[in-house]
Write a protein that binds this ligand. Sequence first.
Ligand code: PEP
Length: 261
Amino acid sequence: MPSRKPSIGGNWKMNLDTAGVKELTADLVNAVDAATTEAVDVTVFPPFPYLAPVAGALCDAGSQIRVGAQDAWAGPNGAFTGEVSLAMLKDVGVNTLLVGHSERRHVVGEGDTLVNAKLLAALDAGFEVVLAIGETLEQREAGQTDAINWGQMGYGLAGVSAQQMAKVTIAYEPVWAIGTGKTATPEDAQKAHAAIRAFLRTGLFNDAVADAVRIQYGGSMKPGNAKDLVGQPDIDGGLIGGAALKADDFAAIIAAARATA
Ligand code: PEP
């Protein structure tokens, strides 16, 4: 089986304040050492106001934890009130962009075309990208899980070359499992991940891309269930929400991923 470096993301969403961010970042520096980031790619996604201080603190501490943004404008700097450009994000030390998160798709109303535009712009700007995909409960119950994932991948990855896929991670996040405490069983998650990888292999790209792309699972991953999830052959890590807000829990999930490496 091809070996892929595990990849763990911590999506802080719209949580914490200055003091909380400072404390969590310091705790992460202590809990996630260089040997760990050598074995597992670790990225945190703080809210916009805290990106610069988090990137600065991690850099000052010599940490290899990466910093990602939860969103960005798809175009260059300009008269777009309220938006934040990739150039600005890069300027403050951000090197990863999360696109297609279900809260942006289903709450904010972002469609596949915009997700694709952001992904392409981020790749052009030299960012790593995490493309989140996943079905709603209704779609799952209608047996549409794979069709939804394949559709979101087909649209989201339109125009991306096989070479550029080296900078793309897929995050499979069943919408019904995000922030709900309901987790897909490892078997169900593995089934969805295998279908995602099969589509990379025969639908969109080739064997080399399919074997190399990391596919994270997201949806109420916690220290107690991480080992069984990341132990599945096609689950290469996780995108973590709630459990990423506690350094100990996040570190335990990273340790579970490291144990599979
Ligand atoms: C997420 O925000 O992407 C997520 C998976 O959240 P949680 O871990 O809280 O379900």
